[in-house]
Design a protein around this ligand. Sequence first.
Ligand SMILES: CC(C)(COP(=O)(O)OP(=O)(O)OC[C@H]1O[C@@H](n2cnc3c(N)ncnc32)[C@H](O)[C@@H]1OP(=O)(O)O)[C@@H](O)C(=O)NCCC(=O)NCCS
Length: 198
Amino acid sequence: MLQDVPTPTLRQASSCVLETERLMLRTPTLADVKAIARLADDRRIAENTRRLPHPYLLDHGVEFVRTVANDRRETVFLIEYNYTPIGVVGVDWREPDAPELGYWLGVEHWGRGFATEAARAVIDFTFEEFDVGHLISGARVANPASRNVLEKCGFQWSGVELHRFEALGSSTPVDCFRLSRSVWSSLKNWGSSTRRVR
Ligand SMILES: CC(C)(COP(=O)(O)OP(=O)(O)OC[C@H]1O[C@@H](n2cnc3c(N)ncnc32)[C@H](O)[C@@H]1OP(=O)(O)O)[C@@H](O)C(=O)NCCC(=O)NCCS
């Protein structure tokens, strides 16, 4: 649980850089605000994320970067491809027993497997760094792309709940998902088998 993790570990974690085959995940800074605001200012993103405002102004980007720097309740990474920001992925620890994975990508970067690649890196990081039993996440029932990302990361459907989405100004049904440490560990250890012809 988050409260059991010594503070220095959390601090170090928030300044970690994660690298995947194609992506680099790092802490966003004020120098990234313009890029973040340009990517995030799209209704197709806001309508599928709970707290992203629309329109997304530079001030929202500044507030986001400052919150990430000061708030211990979120572990947030800017996703870079070819040294250029393409989106954001993170874990919200508001409920310490149920940390929640969230992500969004600029629309021009959809459909290339980037969200799955970034989500897997953050899932590995979370289970490796923190003593947590499971992660949760959610996707609007009208968001098959995000459902696919979660399923490709090993998340299992756990039900439907109504959640408020800021940009919609209302609540909407969300498919809820859960990834237990045991499922994650099993997937990570699923080695390849060999077939012998007798
Ligand atoms: C959800 C989102 C992050 C996906 O990003 P992405 O990089 O395109 O995702 P990936 O390419 O890793 O995977 C998407 C999968 O969904 C599939 N998909 C995409 N659109 C689809 C659709 N309309 N219907 C069914 N499947 C769809 C893709 O084919 C892919 O599956 P595949 O690899 O098996 O082919 C991106 O669309 C986004 O930012 N949306 C707005 C914000 C959002 O929804 N955030 C998630 C809420 S927590």
